[in-house]
Design a protein around this ligand. Sequence first.
Ligand code: BV8
Length: 229
Amino acid sequence: MSNIRNIVVLTGAGVSAESGIDTFRDAGGLWEQHRVEDVATPEAFARDPELVLRFYDMRREAIQTKAPNAAHAALARLDAEWPGELLIVTQNIDDLHERAGAKRLIHMHGEHLNAWCTGCDVRSRWTGPLIDRPACPACGAAGLLRPDVVWFGEMPYRMEDIYRAINRADLFVSIGTSGAVYPAAGFVREARAAGAMTLELNMEPSQGSHWFTEARHGPATQLVPEWVE
Ligand code: BV8
């Protein structure tokens, strides 16, 4: 990576698969016979808050029993050692990148360990269930907390920072994502337009594979450490 100075890495559910966290596709995009797109939406939350809160309570509890894998560790090492600019943009709401030590990290779809009060708008760290409609730690109002997660139809977080980094990138690497969800799925095109080299590391060709100058297929715990070394 001689003439590479600035790197942007995009990760998806596939980077956490070998930690035992189901990807959306592996679960066939289903949870208890519901399509994720039908549960991860503000409309679903308005229509059936208990269903949506249970969906996230179940995932929040499950994620806390998992550990980062060799792919998260390799990315954290890259973050610690890379002298140029580096940004890891994750679509995942798990905290495995942080627990592996990553620092230069953006959760564009939010975080499972944050609760967002629809009353006072404050986000608080939250590791327990939300189904019992607890009180907001900031304003004390009960029953107003939702998962701090970006649902379909909602604007992902920190898009300006992400596009700024992509426009400065010499290399864009996409890891463990099917390229099915926008705007993340469009980042590779932004990167190419900015003149960056583009590399896909995924178990199988993603929906955007043809946009990548290079693609390697296999498990992230093998491909990512190999690439980082
Ligand atoms: C927005 C948080 C606008 C919640 C998530 C029609 C065309 C284009 C776009 C749209 C459209 N209709 C609607 C849209 C917009 C929509 C969208 O893209 N829909 C899709 C379904 C077409 N997008 C949105 O709504 C976004 N917002 O557009 O806002 C806007 C503008 C102005 C103002 C307001 C709003 C918001 C999208 C965010 C939704 N939230 N997550 C939660 O997690 O519960 S998305 C969720 O699904 C994930 O975060 C992730 O992003 C996505 C799943 O993708 P992946 O991470 O890629 O996971 P997947 O299982 O699909 O793939 C895993 C891959 O890993 C596979 O390829 C597999 O082969 C690989 N793999 C598996 N194991 C391994 C592996 N690889 C390596 N090693 C392994 N071991």
